[in-house]
Design a protein around this ligand. Structure first.
Ligand code: AMP
Length: 121
């Protein structure tokens, strides 16, 4: 079940501020508050889905495609398309997910050498 009080739901409702890069009716991209690379951006679709599986199962294909098209647009806007980047989506307990609203991490701006967050816990 989707937790309406998760941090990203609060950001989407405007109850908590974020360092916004891009927003439209369907998506929001903003900087991670605790960056683990020179560029660390989060992307969230405006759907009530707790993780990747829910997003794919419950969302219409047009919205899914749009989310990834917008992700690609942001990667270009961040000017990391040529140097490279990593996209990650943590899911559930074993995936180390902290915020239960489906999101992707876009990491770049430097060589990403470690497994994401594995060494932080
Ligand atoms: P995950 O572990 O995949 O659920 O990632 C959650 C991410 O959200 C972490 O990288 C946090 O640093 C980030 N985060 C938590 N609260 C905020 C916030 N208020 N603004 C921006 N990023 C946040």
């Amino acid at each position: 079940m989707y937790d309406e009080n998760n941090i990203f739901a609060k950001i989407l409702r405007g109850e908590i501020p974020c360092d916004k890069i891009y927003e439209d009716d369907n998506v929001l991209f903003f900087y991670d508050i605790n960056p683990l690379a020179k560029v660390h951006v989060l992307g969230i679709p405006k759907v009530k889905c707790k993780d990747f599986s829910e997003f794919v199962k419950k969302t219409n294909p047009e919205k899914i495609t749009n989310f990834f098209k917008k992700t690609e647009m942001i990667i270009n806007r961040l000017e990391i398309a040529d140097s490279g980047y990593r996209i990650i989506s943590n899911s559930g307990h074993d995936g180390g997910q902290e915020v239960p609203h489906f999101h992707i991490h876009i990491l770049g701006g430097e060589k990403i050498t470690n497994f994401f967050k594995l060494d932080l816990k």
